[in-house]
Design a protein around this ligand. Sequence first.
Ligand code: BT5
Length: 322
Amino acid sequence: MKKDILEALKQNKGKFISGEELSIKIGVTRTAIWKHIKQLKEDGYEIDAVSRRGYRLIQEPDTLELNELEIDIQTRLIGRNLIYYPSIDSTNNEAKKEAALGAPEGTVIIADEQTGGRGRLGRHWVSPRGTGIWMSIILKPQLEPAEAAKITQLTAAAVTTALRNVTGCEAGIKWPNDIIINKKKVCGILTEMSAELNTVNHIIVGIGINVNVDPKEFPDEVRAIATSIKESVGHEIYRKEIVLEILQIFEELYLDFLRTRSMAKSVEICKKYSVTLGNAVRIISKDKIIFGEALDLTEDGELVIRNEAGAVEKIISGEVSV
Ligand code: BT5
């Protein structure tokens, strides 16, 4: 019911709607309306309450709670099923549990804070409360396990486009899983899967974005390499706007990929915004270190390099430092 009231207030944002009109529209007493408005105010909504005129929504808080996301989401698949936690160890861990319990494809787990956020190879991902986007998407594509890295590229394309669209920042992609602004990391992607020999059961794609994070909140070693959207554009951004844009663009790219079995659209975006191509790279892939020059991306999103011996080789995944 709180959601219905919020939806009505949003539809009339900036204008008054009387308690009576709300109570008729939603089918509850005016006292019930008043109680919910009080709760919304406690949740951080700025609402004017003026006798004989009613209620007027002035400003929403920067929240990722379900009421907010569910009212505005426009997708068909990605995020149609949303699960929100104020605090959780890791949205990837939770997504794994949900996937095992049969959560539908496109389910999104989102948290306001992670206490055990994870990067690749068991690294820690700093995920402070209230300022970042920490979310995971459950996918069930018919893929061979070796193709899972494509989903990382598709995600990088979706996140970079969304960040640019919503914030105007100059986000770039450091292959394979970092989104950077001004040479510092603003977002990391962690793709994990459950698979049999030849088929993927499900893929969990975890996305961590420093939106309004104050760099002072990062521990020293992370501060040196990390940035936030706020730091780069100079003001706070509603996290919800970014989440909705990512889910929308992700859905377009993912449905296109399923339909065509081609990564062309995502790879085109990855190439356009790549900060890796054309540069000297040092790649840690499995247990070896390869030096070379990043030349191109293949049609599947693998990195093509010319190694020190002058030979051209394809890298499927790895750790790149420029
Ligand atoms: C990544 O790993 O970049 C993947 C990060 C994925 C995080 C999301 S949040 C939602 C979902 N749930 C999870 O538990 N994880 C995913 P990697 O390339 O291994 O980079 C990890 C390194 O980035 C760390 O060792 C730090 O140096 C640095 N780092 C840690 N926290 C950071 C942050 N908030 N911003 C930028 N860099 C960070």
